[in-house]
Design a protein around this ligand. Structure first.
Ligand code: GLA
Length: 551
């Protein structure tokens, strides 16, 4: 069959290749991170200079400084904990010198303090620091993390290899038992074809035809009448017509329920056919298997691969708990693909939080840029599914006091995860007590701000225009539980800004649930002053902000 040249089809194909075509159906819903996660990560300050003693000291400091009591509970090891090779069973393992006791022992130590440990890998062949990573090792790595007992997992995007949109040319499908006996065999002609899928004559292959057109979710081939004697695991053998061009990918949907996947390598063509095998579960009685390639763009690929790991994590923690008769330790799943593939559109189905931006740096232009990128994405976040403008730089670099304060306030208002990036050991004085006078400590433990971030409604702030009527001042409004609302007046300029905001106007906003009244209760979250009135009056200087809770 010859396929005619079709300019419209070509244009459609190009458009599809740039957008998300996969359907986003339901939330990840693993029951954790119901409010934005709070903790610490090794990356922002320590980079590759980490070891197990540092992690222990940080965990000690988190507990002894009172940060734990303020809500911070995850101690996250970022990149560079890994050994440069996997062990003899293919499992990830730690650097022999810097993490000699291994992650399980470190996890036990951290748990012993009432805290939780987090770990890191990449959705690629290697991590960003070029250590072995989890792409195509999702199952074994998820099992390893569950066995170690970690409760936070950050999954980066370096060295990612997108899932091919190309599908193999299918000659034949066999199903059999591991002892070599096939009980089902069907050549290409037997399949029910849909969409672009069509038969191509080829005398070199069995049956005289192969199926083409399964690429980029454009078509499918269904093989029916597969009778299994009992529900069990069977061997599926796929015979394909060899093709030199690139690696390929195919999905098998069994009875429209469980899916299996197969990568078909780039091939030499000394012979015409290649045989590929996977194990699948069939139900007793009649089964149907549908072949297709669900991927038609980079966004589809990212969504698919992040979701795959998310599902493995859920499976692994559940199975580990059942096998060992221990309570399940669910893993907060943090997607870190830097906003490249618009993760706000699919992240809620794949995991608990997703980076919206490139990496943060401890300088004001970086903080401000990440705020600008994330503030417009509030509508995509909800309970258990958060926008992540990256970990905090409060206390790092050369940020001024006001910039540190605004950085923290903005992250709280946006429902961002509060993952500290500074050396929290410095909060412990030589006598072992917490340095509660430290300005940075006071910022990070401000209970009003933390309560805004952790509010159970989980609604990120929205920038409302026209409330301040002054250029360079952003007014952010975040609905809170119990008919309250948080308002942040953020001075983005280098000068002084005085603004007066009518609270009735805030109470009239459709997204805000505050009863209109003559006098509102106004709590200044940074000065702790309480007042009554119907106007917010705020004077701020360079890069500073005021935050109020109105009720
Ligand atoms: C990427 C991530 C960072 C950090 C490093 C580690 O750059 O975005 O947050 O995890 O990798 O190598």
């Amino acid at each position: 069959m010859s396929v005619k040249y079709c300019p419209l089809c070509m244009a459609k194909k190009v458009i599809r290749s740039f957008r998300l075509n996969s359907e986003v159906k339901e939330k990840y819903n693993n029951g954790v991170a119901l409010t934005p996660p709070m903790g610490w990560s090794s990356w922002n300050l320590f980079r590759n200079k980490i070891n197990e003693n540092l992690i222990k000291e940080i965990a000690d400091a988190m507990k002894n400084s009172g940060l734990a009591e303020a809500g911070y509970q995850y101690v996250n090891i970022d990149d560079c904990w890994q050994n440069s090779s996997r062990d003899e069973n293919g499992k990830l393992r730690t650097d022999f010198i810097t993490f000699p006791s291994g992650i399980k022992a470190l996890n036990d130590y951290v748990n012993g303090l009432g805290l939780k440990l987090g770990i890191y890998s990449s959705n690629g062949t290697h991590t960003c620091e070029d250590y072995p990573a989890s792409l195509r090792n999702e199952k074994i790595d998820a099992d390893t993390f569950a066995e170690w007992g970690v409760e936070y997992f950050k999954y980066d995007f370096c060295h990612n290899v997108p899932v091919p949109t190309i599908a193999p040319r299918v000659v034949k499908l066999n199903i059999g038992e591991r002892n070599g006996k096939d009980f089902y065999e069907a050549v290409a002609e037997k399949a029910k074809l849909e969409g672009n899928a069509h038969l191509v004559k080829e005398k070199k292959v069995e049956g005289g035809y192969y199926i083409k057109g399964l690429c980029a979710n454009g078509g499918s081939a269904e093989f029916g009448g597969i009778i299994a004697e009992k529900s069990d695991v069977y061997v599926l053998t796929l015979v394909v017509r060899k093709a030199v061009r690139k690696e390929k990918f195919i999905a098998f949907s069994v009875n429209g329920k469980k899916e299996y996947y197969l990568y078909v390598p780039e091939m030499k063509r000394f012979t015409a056919e290649a045989r590929l095998q996977i194990e699948i579960e069939l139900e007793a009685g009649e089964n149907t298997i549908k072949l297709f390639n669900p991927i038609s763009s980079k966004q589809d690929s990212a969504f698919f691969l992040y979701k795959l790991m998310g599902n493995e994590l859920k499976r692994a923690t559940k199975e580990y708990a059942e096998k060992n008769s221990v309570p399940e330790k669910k893993i907060v799943y943090s997607i870190c693909e830097w906003g490249r593939n618009k993760p706000w559109k699919w992240g809620a189905e794949a995991g608990n939080l997703w980076r919206t931006t490139p990496d943060i740096m401890p300088v004001w232009p970086s903080i401000f840029a990440l705020y600008k990128l994330t503030i417009r994405l509030g509508r995509y976040a909800s309970v258990g599914a958060w926008n992540d403008p990256d970990m905090l730089e409060v206390g790092n670099g050369k940020l001024t006091y006001e910039e540190n304060k605004s950085h923290f306030s903005l992250w709280c208002m946006m429902c961002a995860p509060l993952i500290l990036g500074n050396d929290i050991r410095k909060f412990i004085k030589s006598d072992g007590t917490a340095d509660t006078d430290s300005k940075i400590y006071r910022i990070l433990t401000n209970k009003n701000l933390i309560s805004i971030n952790q509010d159970i409604l989980g609604i990120p702030c929205k920038k409302i225009k026209g409330l301040a009527r002054k250029s360079g001042v952003d007014v952010l409004v975040k609905p809170l539980d119990k008919k309250r609302v948080a308002v942040c007046v953020f001075n983005t300029t280098s000068g002084k800004k005085k603004v007066t905001i009518d609270i009735d106007k805030i109470a009239s906003l459709t997204e805000v649930n505050v009863d209109k009244k003559e006098k509102y209760n106004i709590l200044n979250c940074w000065t702790e002053e309480n007042s009554e009135g119907n106007k917010i009056i705020s004077t701020t200087y360079k890069h500073d902000c005021d935050v109020f809770i109105i009720s």
